[in-house]
Design a protein around this ligand. Structure first.
Ligand SMILES: [Zn+2]
Length: 601
């Protein structure tokens, strides 16, 4: 009965004729009231697994998710289908909280999105206890495992839901996970009897290539001339995304970059252009692709080696979703190998990290017992200089402290340009006509800016004044000099948010068990990536083994390892050489090794 109901819901709200992959089994298991763990690859339709049963079951579905952006995306997706959902955002007074739960109860809300940190509040727990909840869904559930690549201390508290709501079924969702993380999930969430549904990580339409080349740039350009359709290039840093996109543009490729430092409307525009195929190549950090479901992505290139196999697998999973043949190229050279090795040997000293914490707090005058829930913007470069350390070292301390839950680091936080009028319109009459008109127009757009700084949209304002943003800013500086207004230009930098009050020195420490698991898992992950690069075995076999899918150890027959040519044709090689191809080109294209070419002289 409920099975039919689930299918009806899917048809009514999504318009799909049927479920895909494991969705149906997961949903049926949940609807029979049982705890469930679902491991589905990216693009495997994870959210359907809680959204459909959430609509079938009475009451509201509580969704726990670590990322605000992800929750907003899902909320919007539901809204577009006419389904009401509530997102707990920002701070709540007891009164506001009461109102929210009342709204959820009487306003026909079917979903409520909650960040894990909120579960620390006793008052919030009290409301949960008495709320009418039909299902608890935990998204990105791997964040609960200290062994995982994306451990978040705030997740350690999520098990409280089981205690608060012992009879409500729990669904834990994540992408492919290692055996240890899987075991952690059931234990840490207090759902020991949960049935695990796991999709095979094998994708038959995916051609994986992991290629060594001393000249990435040359091979990338050669690849791009052959690859068809839209694709993604993943690079590690924002700067390399920007410079690579520039390089491609200068060589007449339709390309642009995407990273967390872009303004929201720039992000939206680039995403839109890429989704509609007006933009062929997007060069991006890992920030891109989360929550994007584009079925006609044909290829992905890793310009830098990802830090983890989880990351690699997630990113190659963004291609070929429409079922078409698709390919993924990971390009690496000796420096990439050296960087990974360095990650194993150059581990941050925990004592120094604690020292860093104290210095940070002193610098921002955060007294012991204060500072919780407050964000502190800073420039990572300036701070590293000030503390006389390199940026990577400072970052490694910041990340270790984050791993322990002392704070949350945000790599880029944007402080928007703002404007405040310090004069009355009467004073503008003496100005040149053009200037006076520009100020009047601004005032019309931002009437609140007369008492306080108001955030402005720089590009829009500049366009209105028929100036470039730079010219417009110069105009504002001119007005500022005349004492007519105050202008606060945009700044961007990093920020740190303290999760708890600054602890006393004697309570600031890393337990040994924490350090052991942190260290061990860090080394383990780097080693797994190194061995993937060096291996000669089928890439899918390597991945299956890493994710504990040992029953799946058949060679794929499509990756560059499976297609390795041990006996390159001498005639062909000589032909290519005379055509002007380098040894690197030939070895790259023919899937053989240098040694195999060497015998031809
Ligand atoms: Zn293979």
């Amino acid at each position: 009965m409920s099975k039919k109901k689930a299918l009806d819901v899917l048809k009514t709200y999504w318009g799909y004729p049927g479920f895909r992959g494991l969705q149906e089994d997961i949903i049926a298991h949940l609807l029979s009231g049982h705890d469930t763990i679902g491991l589905l690859p990216t693009g495997g339709g994870k959210s359907i697994c809680y959204q459909v049963p959430g609509l079938v079951l009475p009451g509201v579905t509580l969704v726990i998710s670590p990322l605000v952006a992800l929750m907003s995306d899902q909320q919007k997706g539901l809204e577009d289908r006419g389904i009401k959902s509530y997102h707990f955002k920002g701070s709540y007074t007891p009164r506001k909280l009461d109102e929210a739960f009342r709204n959820i109860r009487f306003g026909a809300y079917k979903f409520a999105f909650v960040a894990p940190e909120r579960l620390n509040s006793e008052l919030f727990q009290e409301y949960i206890k008495h709320a009418d909840i039909g299902l608890i869904a935990i998204d990105e559930a791997h964040c609960i495992s200290q062994w995982g690549f994306d451990f978040r201390p705030s997740y350690l508290n999520v098990h409280i839901l089981r205690t608060l709501k012992p009879d409500v079924p729990v669904l834990a969702l994540t992408a492919s996970a290692t055996p240890r993380v899987k075991k952690d999930l059931a234990e840490a969430l207090l759902i020991p009897d949960a049935k695990v549904f796991e999709d095979s990580i094998r994708r038959n339409n995916l051609h994986l290539h992991i290629k060594f080349t001393p000249n990435k740039e040359r091979q990338l350009f050669r690849l791009l001339s052959r690859l068809k359709g839209t694709g993604i290039i993943y690079a590690k840093t924002r700067r390399s995304c920007e410079s690579l996109a520039d390089l491609l543009k200068n060589n007449s490729h339709s390309a642009d970059y995407y990273h967390a430092g872009l303004l929201p409307d720039e992000k939206e525009q680039r995403q839109k252009d890429w989704l509609s195929n007006d933009l062929r190549i997007i060069v991006s950090t890992t920030a891109f692709g989360m929550g994007i479901d584009k079925s006609d992505v044909n290829w992905v290139v890793h310009w830098d080696v990802p830090d983890t196999l989880e990351g690699y697998y997630q990113e190659v999973g963004r291609v070929g979703r429409g079922g078409q043949e698709a390919s993924a190229y990971l390009l690496f050279h000796q420096q990439d190998v050296a960087r990974l090795q360095k990650g194993i040997t150059d581990l941050p000293n925990p004592m120094h990290a604690l020292e860093f914490y104290n210095r940070f707090c002193s610098r921002f005058q955060i007294a012991v017992g204060t500072g919780e829930d407050t964000s502190y913007p800073f420039s990572i470069v300036a701070m590293a200089n000030d503390f006389k350390m390199s940026v990577p070292v400072a970052l490694s301390y910041i990340k270790l402290l984050q791993h322990r839950g002392y704070w949350q680091f945000q790599e880029s936080s944007q402080i928007w340009p703002a404007l405040e009028f310090t004069s009355k319109p009467l004073a503008w009459e003496k100005l040149e006509r053009q200037d006076g008109e520009m100020l009047i127009q601004l005032l019309r757009l931002y009437p609140h800016a007369i008492h306080q700084p108001a955030r402005i949209h720089l590009k829009k304002c500049a366009a209105m004044a028929m100036l470039t943003p730079e010219q417009f800013e110069r105009r504002l500086s001119y007005f500022e000099e005349k004492g007519l207004l105050k202008y606060l230009p945009e700044t961007s930098g990093s920020s740190i948010t303290l999760m708890d009050p600054r602890p006393h020195k004697k309570h600031l420490h890393f337990p040994k068990s924490f350090l052991d698991s942190w260290l061990h898992s860090k080394v383990e992950r780097a080693q797994a990536m190194l061995s993937l690069l060096k291996s000669e075995e089928c890439i899918f076999i390597e991945l299956s083994r890493y994710f504990g899918q040992d029953s799946n150890l058949q060679a794929c027959g499509k990756c560059n390892r499976c297609l390795h040519d041990h006996y390159p044709d001498e005639h062909k090689v000589k032909q290519l050489l005379s055509k002007g191809d380098t040894i690197d080109d030939i070895w790259f294209d023919l899937n053989c090794s240098v040694d195999e070419l060497r015998k031809f002289g």
